[in-house]
Design a protein around this ligand. Sequence first.
Ligand SMILES: [Zn+2]
Length: 339
Amino acid sequence: MLRVEYREGLYLPDLDLWFDADGPRERCVISHAHSDHIAEHRGIVATPETARLFQHRRGEAEVEALKYGERRDYGRYALTMYPAGHCLGSAQILVEADGERLVYTGDIKLRPNVTAEQAVVVPCDTLVMESTFGDPQYRFPPDVATYDRLYAACDRALSGDAVPVVLAYALGKSQEALELLLRRGYRVMLHGSVYNVSEVYRECGVKFSGEYERYERGNVEGRVLITPPGCRRQPMILNIPRRYLIMLTGWAMSKSAPYMYKDVDLVLPLSDHADYDDLVRLARESGAQRIITMHGAKKFAGYLRELGLNAEHLAQHPSQQKKGSTKRAAAGSERKLFE
Ligand SMILES: [Zn+2]
């Protein structure tokens, strides 16, 4: 069986193959373009959409683009990408080597995502899976119920002459929110970073259900504004006299959500990650004889073992590993916002 290690990135030493490394590598396979999964590599292997988003966020790299379902033979191993439903271009990566099928999920959402390709469960022998919400307290309600709560909150705010401000991470969640709002006919204005990523989505062929505007100061009345979560503490938002802040995050289900988001009016559990039930389903339906969990709490592997699965924990999210460093600790709390 292939050895699996975590060294500031997932590493398969038998194949000298890196995935989502935290620092620059000669060549790295990238599951998706979130900033905690990319670095300044010389060469990357990624889906064409992730490669385009990587270029937008990190600049040039030598790109080996692999479309979903396209199997590429590298001699000692072959790679195939499958949709992960987390954001545009996000992929699970199947590695075939010495008769073993190993799948690395990257970040994954099994539920439909209105602006990302539908995730699939890929049969494998070894499953290396993210487990961000690998705790039974994270069981999300049906997404349609959350959409309705989002619409009702926006309607309420707009009818009271307040600006609904949807707080969502710039890549992935923002475009999901944008499409949901456009489908309902709202006029939507986007923070510059959200606007730029949305334009990349359009270049990649995503068709939004309407037009959107780039943020312009003093011109937000009557619109729903989408900004990254950190902006709520900045003048851009603080200077809007009547505002209603809506945070979209799976951490809404956490007991500590009221403390984590005490400066937000409403926290809704719309996530671009799988919830606990979907993680368990993924582990089961993959058929894997060996399950390796990462990017979440160690206890998730314990839950899987209680269900009769052969699971072990590999690594916490990097931002949670180095708590000694103040910078890292700060990144750790911010990382919750990447979700
Ligand atoms: Zn991600």
